[in-house]
Design a protein around this ligand. Structure first.
Ligand code: C2E
Ligand code: MG
Ligand code: MG
Length: 731
C-alpha cells in the first residue's frame, strides 16, 4: 500500500504567485500593443510570434492565461487550442482574432477557448474578460486542490483504519456488519467477506451474547454512548495461516451509535444508522493478568496454593464453620531431615523432591481440601467441614504412609518422613493465626519426640513451648551465674589398663532442677545460637581444669571435646579454633574434637576442607555416635578422621542380639581396615568389654571403667596412674 504524503498545513500557493501571461500573435505591432496595455496591471508577460513557439513555451512552463491569435503562419491558433485541450492543460485561453466567420468562432470555443475578441477590440472589455478568466481559473485550481486533498485524506484514513492493530467495524441497524477493516484476518483468521452482511452474534462466544446485545445496539450519543466491555470473539478454526488453539478470543469493545445528520427530529438530532466500534485484542493482557493472579496465590515450585490462598480459604472456612457450628481441621506438615537431603544432593534435587512430595500428599487429599506449601519443606492442609478428629487422624495416617515408599533422586533411593501437627477449630482456637501456631507447635512436638508421626495440639504443648523459652533464657544467664560445670570421663586402653584419653562432658547446674545433662539443653542452645558461647566456655574450662595441672600436662592423655554442627558451620571455624587453643596454651596434639556424622551432610566439601585445616595443625578428629547418623560410609575415606566412637546403642546390644554383636564387629573391622582408631562408648559390662577386646577394639569408655566425674576426682586418678607408671619406670 502506498504511503499518503499530504501536507495539510500548506497554503494554496498560486494566490500569492504573480499572474503570468502568454501573448501569441504573428503581428509584432498588435502583440506589442497588447503587451503594453497588459503591463499596466501585470508584469510577467511572455510573447510568442507563432503557434510553434507558443506550444514550445506552454510545454516548458505553466501560464495563468494565454491570449491567442488564430491566424498565424505555421501552427494556427486552433492547433494551439487543440494542443492545450489534448494535453489537458487547464490554463484559460482568450482568443483575439481578425476572423469574423461564425464557424471560426464556434470552432475556437469548441476547442476550449474561454472567450473570443475580434480585432480591433476594446481593451477594457478584454481586461474584464481576463479578470473573469483568472478568477474562474483560480476557483477551478482551488477546487481541484481540495479534491486532491480529500482524496489523499481518504487514503490516509483508510490506511490508518486498515493498518490499525484493532478490529474496526460498522454494524447496520440490524446488527449486521457493513464494514470491517483488514485486521479481521490477522486477529480472527476470517476474510472480510466472511463477516460482511452477517449478524455480529455469529462471531461471539455463546456465553457473551446477552452481554453484547446491549452494547452492540447502543443508541445513545456523546460521551455516554461509549461502552467498554470484554467479549470473546470466535476465531476461525480453519484459518490456514494461524491456527488457533482456542476458539474464542477476548476483546475489549468500544461501540458508538452512528446517526445521519439529515433528521428533522430535533430531540434525537439525527436517525440511528448502526454501530461503529473498535475491538482490541487483549489476549496478552488477559494472559498476564492470569499469570499475576496465579503467582500471587500459588507456590511456583509445586503449583500448590500458597500461604495467601490458604489463609483466604481458612478465613472463609472459619466463617462458615462459625455459622454451622461444625469442626475444622488444620494440619501443619514438615518433612523430616529435608535440610540434610537438600544439603547433600543440592537444591535442584531438593526441589524435585518437594515437587514429588507435593504430588504424593495431594493424591491423598479430596476435592475441597486445601493443601498449600508455606515455604521450604512446610506444607499445610485444611480440611473443611463436615469433619471430625477421627477423620483428621485417618488423613494424617494416610499422609504419613504415603511417604513410606522411597523417592528416586539422581538414581538414589531417598526416604523422607513427614511430621504432622494438627489443630482443631473451634476447640483449640477460633483465630486463624492461633490455629496455625498451635498446629505448628504440635508439629514441633512430633519432631522432638522422634519425628514421623502426628499429634493433636493440646495444652501440654503450650507447656513444652514455654519450657523451651525458659531453657533458652536460663542458658543465657548460666555462664554469667556460673551454673555450668565440666565433667570428665576416662577412656581406657585395655591393653595397658591406662587412661589414654578423657571426654569433657558439659553439665548445667540448674538453680531449680539441679545437674542437667546436655541432652536437656544442647538443642535449645543450638537453636538460639547460645552454643557459640558454650563451646568457648568448654574449651576455656578444659584449659583451666586440665592443662593447668602439671601432672596432666606432662601426661600423654588426649582430651576429647564435643562440638556441635553449629560450631563447624561457621565460616572461619578451623582458623578460629586453632587461634583459640593457641591462646589457651592447649597443644593441638593433645586435643581431639568429637563431631557427629550428621554434621558432614551439610556441605561435605566445606567439611573436608575445615577438618583438613585442623588435622594439618595436629588436632585429632573423632566421629561420635558412629552408625546412628544418616550418611554413607563413603565419607570416611574422604575425611581426615582419626577415631570413630561406636555408639552406646550398638554396644548395649552386644549381649542381647546377634545382629547387634555383628554390627559392632562390622564397625570395628571397617575402622581397622581404614586404619582408624576405634573407641567403644557406654561400655557397662565385662561381657561387652571382653567381646570388644576379642574384636581388637581395646579402647573403651563407659560406666564399667568410670563415670563422668568432677575435675578433681579425674585428676586424682591421673595422678595415681602417672605416679605408679613413673615408679614402675624408675624401678
Ligand atoms: P556423647 O558425646 O556421646 O557422650 C557420651 C554420653 O554417654 C555422655 O552423656 C555420657 O555421660 C554417657 N555415658 C558414658 N558412659 C556411659 C555408659 O556406660 N552408659 C550410659 N548409659 N551412658 C554413658 P552426657 O554427658 O549426658 O552427654 C550427652 C551428649 O551431650 C554427649 O553425647 C554429647 O553429644 C553432648 N555433649 C556433652 N558435652 C558437650 C559439650 O561440651 N558440647 C556439646 N556440643 N555437646 C556436648
Ligand atoms: Mg562425645
Ligand atoms: Mg557418643
Amino acid at each position: 500500500m502506498e504511503t499518503p504524503l499530504i501536507d495539510f498545513e500548506k497554503p494554496t500557493r498560486h494566490l500569492k504567485k504573480q499572474v503570468s501571461f502568454l501573448v501569441v500573435d504573428d503581428e509584432q505591432r498588435a502583440r506589442e500593443g497588447l503587451i503594453r496595455l497588459l503591463q499596466r496591471n501585470w508584469s510577467d508577460i511572455t510573447e510568442a510570434e507563432d503557434g510553434d513557439q507558443a506550444i514550445g513555451l506552454i510545454q516548458k512552463r505553466k501560464f495563468n492565461l494565454i491570449i491567442l491569435d488564430l491566424n498565424m503562419p505555421g501552427k494556427t491558433g486552433d492547433q494551439v487550442l487543440a494542443f492545450i485541450r489534448d494535453k489537458k492543460i487547464t490554463t484559460p485561453v482568450i482568443v483575439i482574432s481578425g476572423e469574423s466567420s461564425i464557424n471560426k468562432v464556434t470552432e475556437a470555443l469548441r476547442l476550449g477557448a474561454y472567450d473570443i475578441f475580434r480585432k480591433p477590440y476594446n481593451f477594457d472589455e478584454l481586461e474584464h474578460a481576463i479578470r473573469n478568466a483568472l478568477d474562474k481559473s483560480r476557483i477551478e485550481d482551488e477546487k481541484s486542490q481540495i479534491q486532491s486533498r480529500l482524496k489523499h485524506s481518504e487514503q490516509l484514513h483508510r490506511y490508518m483504519v486498515d493498518n490499525s492493530p484493532d478490529l474496526i467495524y460498522i454494524l447496520d441497524l440490524a446488527g449486521k456488519f457493513t464494514f470491517v477493516n483488514d485486521s479481521v484476518t490477522k486477529l480472527l483468521g476470517y476474510e472480510k467477506s466472511d463477516l460482511m452482511g452477517k449478524h455480529y452474534s455469529e462471531f461471539l462466544a455463546e456465553e457473551d451474547r446477552l452481554k453484547a446485545e446491549y452494547v452492540f445496539n447502543e443508541r445513545r450519543r456523546e460521551s455516554r454512548s461509549n461502552r467498554n466491555i470484554e467479549l470473546r470473539l470466535k476465531c476461525n478454526p480453519l484459518d490456514p495461516v494461524r491456527p488457533f488453539e482456542v476458539t474464542t478470543c477476548p476483546i475489549e469493545l468500544n461501540s458508538m451509535g452512528i446517526y445521519s445528520a439529515d433528521s428533522k427530529d430535533t430531540k434525537i438530532v439525527g436517525t440511528y444508522q448502526g454501530t461503529y466500534g473498535v475491538a482490541r485484542d487483549i489476549s496478552s493482557r488477559k494472559e498476564a493478568e492470569k499469570l499475576i493472579t496465579y503467582q500471587a496465590y500459588h507456590d511456583l515450585l509445586t503449583k500448590l496454593p500458597n500461604r495467601a490462598m490458604l489463609y483466604d480459604r481458612l478465613d472463609l472456612a472459619i466463617k462458615q464453620a462459625e455459622r454451622t457450628g461444625e469442626v475444622l481441621i488444620i494440619m501443619f506438615l514438615d518433612l523430616d531431615r529435608f535440610k540434610l537431603i537438600n544439603d547433600s544432593f543440592g537444591h535442584v534435587v531438593g526441589d524435585q523432591l518437594l515437587i514429588e512430595v507435593a504430588e504424593r500428599l495431594k493424591a491423598e487429599t479430596r476435592t475441597g481440601d486445601t493443601l498449600a506449601r508455606l515455604g521450604g519443606d512446610e506444607f499445610m492442609l485444611l480440611l473443611p467441614q463436615p469433619t471430625s478428629r477421627e477423620q483428621a487422624q485417618r488423613v494424617a495416617l494416610k499422609l504419613i504412609t504415603s511417604m513410606q515408599q522411597p523417592f528416586f533422586l539422581k538414581n538414589k533411593e531417598v526416604y523422607v518422613n513427614v511430621s504432622v501437627g494438627i489443630s482443631v477449630f473451634p476447640d483449640d482456637s477460633d483465630d486463624i493465626n492461633t490455629l496455625v501456631k498451635n498446629a505448628d507447635m504440635a508439629m514441633y512436638e512430633v519432631k522432638s519426640s522422634g519425628k514421623n508421626g502426628y499429634i493433636f495440639y493440646n495444652d501440654k504443648l503450650e507447656h513444652a513451648a514455654a519450657e523451651k523459652i525458659s531453657i533458652e533464657s536460663g542458658l543465657r544467664n548460666a555462664i554469667k551465674n556460673d551454673e555450668l560445670e565440666m565433667f570428665y570421663q576416662p577412656q581406657i586402653d585395655l591393653k595397658t589398663e591406662q587412661i589414654v584419653g578423657v571426654e569433657a562432658l558439659l553439665r548445667w547446674n540448674h538453680p531449680k532442677l539441679g545437674l542437667r545433662s546436655p541432652n536437656y539443653f544442647i538443642t535449645h542452645a543450638e537453636e538460639s545460637r547460645i552454643i557459640d558461647q558454650l563451646s568457648e566456655w568448654v574449651l576455656n574450662r578444659v584449659a583451666v581444669d586440665l592443662f593447668s595441672d602439671k601432672t596432666f600436662q606432662e601426661s600423654p592423655i588426649k582430651v576429647s571435646v564435643n562440638l556441635s554442627a553449629t560450631d563447624i558451620r561457621q565460616k572461619e571455624f578451623p582458623e578460629n579454633l586453632v587461634t583459640y587453643i593457641e591462646d589457651l596454651h592447649i597443644k593441638p596434639s593433645r586435643l581431639e574434637i568429637e563431631i557427629t556424622e550428621n554434621m558432614f551432610m551439610s556441605d561435605i566439601q566445606a567439611c573436608i576442607y575445615k577438618l583438613q585445616v585442623l588435622s594439618n595443625k595436629g588436632i585429632s578428629i573423632a566421629i561420635d555416635d558412629f552408625g546412628t547418623g544418616f550418611s554413607s560410609l563413603n565419607y570416611l575415606r574422604e575425611l581426615p578422621v582419626h577415631t570413630v566412637k561406636i555408639d552406646y546403642s550398638f554396644v548395649s546390644e552386644i549381649e542381647h542380639s546377634k545382629k547387634g554383636a555383628a554390627l559392632v564387629a562390622a564397625i570395628v573391622g571397617m575402622a581397622q581396615g581404614l586404619g582408624i582408631n576405634v573407641i567403644a562408648e557406654g561400655v557397662e559390662s565385662s561381657i561387652q568389654s571382653e567381646y570388644l577386646e576379642s574384636l581388637g577394639c581395646h579402647i573403651m569408655q563407659g560406666f564399667l571403667f568410670g563415670r563422668p566425674v568432677a575435675v578433681d576426682d579425674f585428676l586424682s586418678a591421673v595422678t595415681r596412674q602417672e605416679s605408679s607408671s613413673s615408679s614402675l619406670s624408675t624401678t
